[in-house]
Design a binder for this molecule. Sequence first.
Ligand SMILES: [Zn+2]
Length: 146
Amino acid sequence: MRLTAGEAAQLRALREALRGLAARNNGLDLPIDFELLKRAAERAKFGLEFEPRARRSRLVPAAPGFAGGVGRILGEVHEAMHDGTWDRLKICAAETCLWAYYDRSKNLHSRWCSPAVCGNRDKVRRYRERATKAAAKRRRAPLPTP
Ligand SMILES: [Zn+2]
């Protein structure tokens, strides 16, 4: 299936809306286009499918083609929001990264996609900020009297 330029743009917008939703799991406040999510869900024409053996139900998009494909993504998000795994999908707190990652920590407190890369970069940035403030404070301090 080849995407049109408009469909590719819709997928990018959907990705950003989902990034905004996942960012809330990490305490970040990125914009979320709720109207876009609502329209995409309407176009997917969801139905409810029951799985008697698993004693479960799930949302299944009835729409064919692109709208149905987007619906399958939204259906997975819906499922994750109900089985608790969505809370673990986070957005890296580094402003220059904002990469989505799955938080596998026991206490759900990870903030970086990679502690070794983004976490370390943040540590270095904060260290430099403290060093700059301390240097400015020393420059303002009166000279010791002999
Ligand atoms: Zn990152």
